[in-house]
Design a protein around this ligand. Structure first.
Ligand SMILES: Cc1cc2nc3c(=O)[nH]c(=O)nc-3n(C[C@H](O)[C@H](O)[C@H](O)COP(=O)(O)O)c2cc1C
Length: 217
């Protein structure tokens, strides 16, 4: 019998009961930026938010899309070769997590092609028996953005929120955008403005709370 099955048994010992609570109440969060750029402001921001989610009790995996390059979605490529290996890896990662923490840059008032492309590949089924939008339905997400501009990328988040909501993701209502991002981080990658840092942590905490509620734990 698997560990989880044993822990869910009705005649569990105190140790097993405690373990069950720990397993069921630890939300697993996949954190990533919508940019692969080495000096990405959104990568700095997501690292801060990931730490805050860990502090709030989540198990967090930080994903860098530089390490998971994906071809541009192309239906002919999919027909000829199936889902690319890295898209399968992304889907596996998404299945293994309960929610997503996303720092999304804004390109021309909208989502970056990298992020949209990743969302699109992960929305594709690998077999006819795979439930539709398996990587998204019932999952949670918290959104952040950073930009050198005055809006901090907040216009792009409108699109990100709309896309994720349409494919079955429950989103934390609040979001935080860091404007003047080129001046916002110190040399160690921390946010200079303590108020902003608190707001970012607040999104991570809300995501953990929402995920726990949806998991029923
Ligand atoms: C094609 C393109 C379009 C952009 N459009 C916007 C925009 O609409 N609003 C904005 O605030 N910044 C815009 N920017 C600037 C990005 O915010 C900036 O490049 C930012 O550093 C990207 O995020 P990153 O640092 O995480 O890679 C644009 C950048 C590019 C390359």
């Amino acid at each position: 019998m698997g560990l989880q099955a044993r822990c869910l048994g009705t005649r569990s010992t105190t140790f097993e009961s405690n373990y069950r609570i720990q397993i069921m109440s630890t939300p697993r969060i996949l954190a990533f930026a919508g940019s692969a750029r080495a000096e990405s402001f959104n990568k700095k921001l997501i690292a801060i938010a990931a730490d805050a989610a860990r502090a709030a009790g989540a198990e967090v995996t930080l994903l860098d899309f530089r390490e998971l390059p994906l071809p541009l979605y192309d239906g002919d490529l999919e027909d000829a070769q199936g889902i690319p290996e890295n898209a399968k890896k992304l889907k596996t990662l998404m299945r293994e997590h309960d929610g997503f923490l996303i720092a999304a840059p804004e390109y021309n008032s909208s989502i970056t092609p990298l992020l949209k492309n990743a969302i699109d590949w992960a929305s594709r089924a690998e077999s006819e028996s795979e439930p539709a939008l398996e990587c998204y339905r019932g999952k949670t997400a918290g959104l952040l953005s950073a930009s050198p501009g005055g809006f901090g990328g907040m216009r792009g988040l409108v699109t990100v929120r709309s896309i994720l909501g349409n494919i079955g993701v429950y989103l934390v209502p609040d979001q935080v955008s860091i404007s003047s991002a080129h001046e916002a981080f110190d040399e160690s990658g921390k946010l200079k403005d303590a108020r902003k840092a608190k707001q970012v942590a607040g999104i991570a905490e809300s995501l953990v709370t929402l995920t726990r509620k949806l998991k029923g734990s």
